[in-house]
Design a protein around this ligand. Structure first.
Ligand code: MCN
Ligand code: CUM
Length: 795
């Protein structure tokens, strides 16, 4: 007879446990960067360039110095004396901290003022006089590569043009042969526009250099505190043990808090120079205009098809607009990130991708925003290409996907671009989705509606995406390998503290990691406190992005708990006076195999570790684990959206959204559902309303929440969620990542639905955001509508 605990009751794997962090968040008791006030703290404000491309003739800061309360004014020239005018980026380029020679995008940091309060600092910024000589501006890749285009990076040696890289992957010859054999070739050109993570909390930091101890403490909105410490140690050559990075509660990250921004560097230098704590908190326009954006990639896609629907080959060419500095925060050796994860869920004999990256006069960035390193673009392009191909063949779009899916018995599967996928039930997910949306009935309804002049449409997006960087063989940042870690300390009363190298930004790690420990050790989840984000206390880890926390740090949590269980087993044997081999485990309890009633709880073992350990055993019950995943995890998703488009106005309404996600074993289904709903909302926002672009002068249009709209509960459609569970074969508890799936796969479902509704016009593409005027133009003018900058501005 078992006496083990009920796992759901103790908040273990699968429990819909309420998020413990919300106890403080919903009460306004979070501790965000701007809540932190240190004695004697000064404030930084940044002066940003109004021009997108201009030579700096001179900067006069004298009036700013004269304003009472101003402590320090920094320019690029002064940073240069400390060798800090430029900093390295994670993509082996350099980025200006404060401009010295030229400004290269609107909003670039030109000078900063450190003062007693932020208002004085802001006023003083306005007193700085900069003499600019305007230069011609580039806002898209076509302009960047024209003959005679102005050279943006004239600061670099061996950079004769604006091309950052030309890169390719796949089998060119095999793909060419596939196109020769094709019955039909389907082509489409797309632009995935610039989009912005816009977490509710902008970026900020407080640098606190203590001259007496030589210790530098930096509170900072970062998703990866240990990487920042490593970067400061390796690049600024400060001793690593004298640097402490603390990432306090984060008001969302969404990738925006991965890069290192000039403001952080300025605050650090200012604190060293003034010997006072120095705070920098970015404003909303500063965030939207200058920090890590997502996408801005163009695609020319081609598919070689057999008449019966089989895909024979895929060709993709992408042009990526990286802005003025190549600052992609991505850890792979692939120049265009994981773009070639495209088509991983389809069984395709040959594929070839070429990618070009260029400099333009726009803010740097390029990867960040719920993307797993350009997987967002990859899946959007893939699913738009798939729909266009199905239409070109005249085959039902669901059937076309089914014919080409990798089959359940075909794993592990090597994709045409070389990734190894390991598990999934793609057909089943599609079936669940079609059933839920009432596919056949909707098609009939759509036909009926069409006869009466109403435009209904249905869009499908199916994809498997690689989540969870590393493994360490293929992924590193500045040479540091992509593993992660967990440290678990069980106190004598059976309560515990768990720390990991990840950094939650709202994903719920404080709740879900405790559930993994509960699953492994039978300690109630509420007895485990989870702490992340302080490099002085947390074990070394690479942080949270690419939905890597569950695949990597989460796995480390399992592994460390198993180590603790192994030691507890020895303690149990000692307490039960039997040999270790005679001890069995059930959740929360060891017992004697031949006498199951004789047992000890995990809590009794914990007490024994401090009060009654066997001779020769090291006291205490704690440990750590570093986990290097054998592979990425490959969750699968099927998103289906139905819409109605108003032909009179181009306005479209979502009728129904169905999501079927397979992220393997779910630690906390409620948290997973929250991730999916949030992700779908971001997908809907990008597809429908989020507009940030540039005019011909390089003015950023939309760097405010009047243009760049965040959907509220009022505009957000409802979602119907379903699940399929295919455990990950190499993860200790079978989990796959989920944090980005819906943002990655969602946009194509919304766009495909609108394009399906207006298919009769012959239009193949309208670029996101599908603003009503764009849709209206497509319907009435019967042509594709591009969203590529520059936009025309009214005279
Ligand atoms: N989870 C689970 N079962 C699974 C997989 C995940 O219960 N099989 C839970 C995890 O325990 C975790 C959450 O779901 O609490 C997300 O897990 P995971 O997929 O591992 O993603 P990360 O924790 O690494 O989060 C990163 C991911 C990224 S890269 C972006 S960008 C993004 C996202 O998470 N930013 C977010 N979701 C966000 N959600 C919020 N609220 N705020 C952000 O800034
Ligand atoms: Cu690419 S955004 Mo998330 O990986 O932090």
């Amino acid at each position: 007879m078992t006496q083990g605990l009920d796992e759901i009751k103790i908040g273990g794997l699968g429990a819909r446990r309420r998020r413990v962090e919300d106890n403080r968040f919903v009460r306004g008791r979070g501790n965000y960067i701007d809540d932190i006030v240190l004695p004697g703290m000064l404030h930084v404000e940044i002066l940003r360039s109004p021009l997108a491309h201009a030579r700096i003739r001179s900067i006069d800061t004298s009036k700013a110095w004269d304003i009472p309360g101003v402590r320090l004014v920094l320019t690029g020239e002064m940073m240069a004396t400390r060798n800090l005018a430029w900093m390295p980026t994670l993509s082996y380029d350099t980025q200006a901290v404060l401009a010295t020679d030229k400004v290269r995008f609107q909003g670039q940091e030109v000078a900063c003022v450190i003062a007693d309060d932020p208002y004085i600092a802001k006023d003083a910024c306005e007193a700085i006089v900069v003499d600019y000589e305007p230069l011609p501006v580039i806002v898209n890749p076509t302009q960047a590569v024209v003959e005679g285009a102005p050279l943006i990076r004239d600061d670099k040696e061996n950079q004769p043009d604006n091309v950052i890289y030309d890169w390719e992957v796949g089998d060119k010859a095999g793909t060419d042969r596939a196109f020769e054999r094709a019955d039909v070739v389907s082509k489409i050109e797309l632009h995935y526009p610039r989009s912005h993570p816009s977490p509710l909390e902008c970026c900020g930091s407080i640098a606190d250099f203590d001259r007496a101890t030589s210790k530098l403490t930096v509170y900072m909105t970062t998703q990866a505190p240990h990487i920042v410490r490593a970067a400061v140690a390796l690049i600024a050559e400060l001793p690593e043990h004298m640097i402490r990075i603390i990432s306090p509660d984060l008001g969302g990250g969404f990738g925006n808090k991965v890069p290192v921004y000039p403001g952080y560097v300025m605050a650090i230098l200012a604190s060293i120079l003034t010997e006072r704590p120095v705070k920098w908190v970015e404003d909303r326009s500063g965030n939207l205009i200058s920090t890590g954006f997502g996408r801005d990639v163009y695609l020319q896609g081609e598919m070689a098809l057999r008449r019966d629907g089989k895909i024979l080959g895929v060709r993709m060419h992408t042009d990526a607009d990286h802005g003025a500095f190549f600052g992609d925060a991505q850890p792979s050796k692939f120049k265009i990130g994981l773009m070639h994860s495209a088509f991983a869920c389809y069984d395709i004999p040959a594929a070839h991708l070429t990618a070009r990256g260029v400099y333009t006069n726009k803010a740097p960035g390029g990867v960040a925003y719920r993307c797993s390193f350009r997987v967002t673009e990859a899946m959007f392009f893939q699913e738009r290409m798939v729909q266009a191909a199905a239409d070109d063949l005249g085959i039902d779009q669901a059937e076309f996907r089914r014919v080409n899916f990798v089959r359940d018995d075909d794993f592990p599967h090597r994709t045409a671009f070389g990734f190894l996928t390991d598990s999934g039930q793609y057909g089943k997910c599609l079936d669940v989705g079609l059933e839920a949306v009432g596919y056949q009935e909707f098609l009939k309804e759509k036909e009926e509606a069409r006869k009466r002049g109403r435009l209904l449409g249905i869009g499908i997006s199916t994809m498997t995406e690689p989540l969870g960087a590393g493994n360490s063989r293929e992924f590193d940042i500045l040479g540091i390998k992509m593993f992660d870690s967990a440290e678990l300390r069980v106190h004598m009363t059976g309560k515990a503290i768990l720390r990991t190298g990840a950094r939650t930004q709202g994903q719920g790690h404080e709740t879900t990691w405790a559930q993994i420990v509960a699953h492994e050790l039978g300690l109630p989840a509420e007895d485990i406190v989870v702490e992340e984000g302080d490099t002085d206390t947390a074990p070394f880890g690479m942080g949270t992005y690419a939905s890597r926390s569950t695949p990597v740090a989460g796995a480390a949590v399992s592994m460390v708990a198993r180590k603790i269980r192994a030691k507890a087993r020895k303690l149990a044997a000692h307490l039960l006076e039997v040999s270790e081999e005679d001890v069995e485990w059930e959740l929360g309890r060891f017992y004697v195999r031949s006498a199951p009633d004789r047992g000890v709880t995990i809590q009794e073992c914990a007490m024994a570790a401090y009060s009654n350990m066997p001779d020769g055993m090291e006291p205490g019950l704690e440990g750590n684990a570093y986990y290097d995943p054998p592979n990425l995890t490959w969750p699968f998703a099927c998103y289906i959206v139905t819409v109605e488009v108003d032909p009179q106005t181009g306005v479209w309404d979502v009728l129904n959204t169905v999501a079927v996600d397979d992220c393997g074993v779910r630690i906390n289904p409620m948290v997973v559902e929250g991730q999916i709903m949030g992700g779908l909302t971001e997908a809907y926002a990008m597809a429908s309303m989020q507009f940030i672009t540039f005019d011909a002068e390089g003015n950023c249009v939309g760097s405010n929440f009047m243009d760049y709209l965040l959907p509220t509960a009022w505009e957000t459609p409802g979602y119907e969620l379903h699940e399929v569970v295919t455990p990950c074969p190499h993860h200790p508890i079978g989990a796959k990542g989920i944090g980005e799936c819906a943002t990655v796969g969602g946009p194509a479902a919304f766009v495909n639905a609108v394009m399906d509704a207006i298919k009769d016009t012959g239009v193949r593409n309208v670029d996101m955001p599908l603003l009503p005027d764009r849709v209206y133009e497509a319907i009435t003018q019967r042509h594709d509508v591009s969203g590529a900058p520059p936009i025309k501005v009214d005279e």
